[in-house]
Design a protein. Structure first.
Ligand code: ZN
Length: 103
């Protein structure tokens, strides 16, 4: 006899059992109907789990992309600042060297 999941507590039980041995919930329908109902519930559960997992992956990807974008923006900002510093420092160094007679 195949095993089915109790419709109440979801624990495994025999498809031929009239009541769930765990929670005492009464099994309804014929044995065949119980097997089909249990399979349908299981399929629905699987589909739901899969959907949730896909949503989780999509969300995690979006978060990762946002994080990368932020990091790139920060790196660009740092490069800009370094470039500005360089643009000011070179003429300043040149001016100082010229003033002190090194050039
Ligand atoms: Zn039960």
């Amino acid at each position: 006899m195949p095993m089915i999941n109790c419709r109440d507590c979801s624990k495994k039980m025999s498809s031929s059992a009239e009541v769930c041995p765990k929670c005492g919930c009464k099994a309804i329908g014929t044995e065949e109907e119980r097997i089909i109902a249990s399979k349908e519930r299981w399929d629905a559960f699987q589909a739901k789990s899969l959907k949730r997992e896909q949503e989780r992956i999509t969300k995690s990807r979006t978060r990762k992309a946002e994080q990368e974008e932020k990091e790139i923006a920060e790196a660009t900002q740092k490069e800009k600042k370094a470039l500005i510093a360089l643009v000011f420092l070179i003429p300043l160094a040149y001016y100082v060297l010229k003033l002190t007679g090194h050039i």
